[in-house]
Design a protein around this ligand. Structure first.
Ligand code: ZN
Length: 531
């Protein structure tokens, strides 16, 4: 072996080692890496807040999630079947998944190699390269105790898979889904879902969409839910436990499923008062208004309710501290139903998210005000209809009540950062921004903007810049100054009340009920400022 040949062999060996190293280092790989004519799927979609969430190289079309959950042991056994289309040639690709034990991974029926990293990346290497445009099926078998997610900046707010005394509340915004199923975890990759959830007989399992089957075999009952409309995967739920499940249709024919924990009918709002209504009764009252609320929001947004089912889930769990707009079936904590105004407000909020947040989802997590500002504004619209304070009155209450030196005004709500993603300012200042826009462009154009945002982006995603561009196009006005002041600049914006609303100042200092309800929800503690 001559020296030149030895060098060539060494170089070839080094190149081979480098390729192997790249193939085994999931997080370090980039979309451009090539090996053998195919490419490596990126480990993230590049969300500025969560760079490793979501993955590149494929587009999920459908998740079939078969789950068996035993609340007595907290253990979950799952088989996830993920149908996706390759958007580039793929030697390998990533899923987001953490905590659970992976037993096997198959791609198109063949066993695939896989590896995991600390940062929730499950890297899958199919036996055969996937061609661009190829529709492929990945089956992941797994089990374990799903971890409840705790955000270090809000340790009192567990989310994701929340174990309860009789089941689990499953509320995964923003990054809890990867604790209970493998997925492409970013709102930009929406998909349809089928849930096959097995729980002990006598318990209920409630997921998104329509209940298509329920079968009991021995000590277990399997609930099959089909969710045929595109959904950002953080909105998936498989909440289970002891619930009174009611099925009915609204006056408009919408198929509804309400699930209320029966314990709430034994929980009086005021234990000292023998005539006190219970939390269950107040929850039922507000849920009974869902059809009316949907009809009202349709009349305001002038876009039909975007999904084929609706309903809500109310649990008595002490560790569920926020409501979440899980698609078609929001999950509510019991304590939001302390009075009818609060109950109705939170139901309006979560139903409004079905248009703004769910059907039109965020393109990146930083745009959260597009979800929370809009849903909060919907509460203000409802308040106006109920004669409990108009949006302008509520706007003025907050504007006059929060002094300029209050830290509330410091947050730049167009880029709040992860620790402040669910800060009260994202909600309140977000809704205030919409009221200022309404005053600037007038009612006609304002509601045209809301309608166009919901209608044109239905099934898709949006950014703050796209919303601003739409508002300017529809109104024909230059709105940079308005949005700069309200969304992009810390500090209290100056605001001159329009003459037409001068009467509103009469209420200054006194919180309109919808504002009081929102403040109460926020005041449940920093922990409960979320959603
Ligand atoms: Zn919300």
């Amino acid at each position: 072996m001559n020296i030149r040949r030895v060098r060539a062999v060494v170089v070839a060996a080094l190149v081979a080692m480098a390729l192997v190293a790249m193939a085994l280092a999931p997080a370090a790989a980039s979309a451009g890496t090539s090996a053998g004519g195919c490419r490596v799927g990126a480990p993230g979609v590049g969300d500025p807040y969560y760079p490793l969430y979501g993955n590149g190289g494929y587009d999920v079309q459908h998740y079939l999630l078969k789950i068996r959950y035993n609340p007595a042991t907290d253990r979950l056994v799952g088989v996830a079947t993920i149908t996706a289309r390759a958007t580039q040639s793929l030697c390998r690709f990533n899923l987001d998944f953490q905590g659970m034990t992976v037993r096997s991974v198959k791609v198109d029926g063949r066993r695939a190699r896989w590896s995991r990293s600390q940062d929730h990346e499950l890297t899958v290497v199919p036996q055969r390269h996937l061609k661009k445009g190829h529709r492929f099926t990945t089956v992941v078998r797994y089990d374990g105790v799903p971890r409840t997610f705790v955000d270090p900046s809000a340790p009192d707010v567990p989310y994701g898979w929340i174990h309860t005394d009789d089941g689990a509340d499953v509320v995964s915004e923003p990054e809890g889904s990867a604790n209970w199923f493998p997925l492409n975890d970013h709102p930009t990759d929406k998909a349809t879902f089928t849930f096959v959830v097995t729980v002990p007989a006598g318990r209920e399992a409630i997921a998104n969409g329509r209940l298509v089957a329920r079968r009991t075999h021995g000590r277990w009952t399997t609930w099959v839910w089909n969710s045929p409309e595109l959904m950002a995967p953080y909105l998936a739920t498989a909440t289970n436990g002891q619930f009174n499940l009611r099925r009915y249709r609204t006056a408009d024919g919408l198929r509804m499923y309400d699930a209320v924990d029966p314990d709430l009918y034994n929980l009086p709002i005021d234990p000292q008062d023998p005539a006190s209504p219970t939390y269950g009764e107040i929850a039922d009252r507000s849920l009974a208004r869902q059809g009316e609320i949907i009809e009202f929001l349709e009349s305001q947004f002038r876009v039909d309710y975007p999904f084929s089912t609706g309903g809500g889930i109310v649990d008595d769990a002490e560790n569920l501290t926020f409501a979440l707009e899980t698609q078609t079936r929001p999950v509510y904590p019991w304590f939001f139903f302390a009075d009818p105004v609060s109950g109705d407000s939170v139901v309006v909020h979560e139903i409004a998210h079905q248009w703004y947040g769910n059907d039109v989802a965020l393109a990146a997590w930083m745009h959260m005000w597009l979800n929370e500002g809009f849903a909060t504004y919907a509460e203000w619209l409802w308040s106006g209809r109920e004669g409990l304070g108009t949006p302008q009155e509520i706007f003025e209450f907050f504007y006059n009540d929060i002094p300029a030196d209050d830290p509330f005004w410091d947050l730049v709500i167009a880029d709040p950062g992860i620790p402040n993603l669910f800060h009260g300012a994202v909600y309140i200042r977000g809704a205030m921004t919409l009221q200022v826009l309404r005053n600037q462009v007038g009612d006609r154009d304002f509601f045209r903007i809301l309608r166009a945002w919901a209608k044109r982006r239905s099934g898709g995603n949006g950014t703050t810049a796209q919303f601003i561009a739409l508002a300017e196009r529809i109104s024909g006005q230059q709105l940079d100054a308005l949005f700069d002041a309200w969304l992009f600049t810390p500090g209290k914006p100056t605001y001159g009340a329009p003459a037409a609303t001068a009467t509103a100042t009469a209420t200054a200092g006194q919180a309109p009920p919808a504002a009081a309800s929102l403040l109460r929800r926020l005041a449940e503690g920093a922990s409960r400022t979320r959603r």
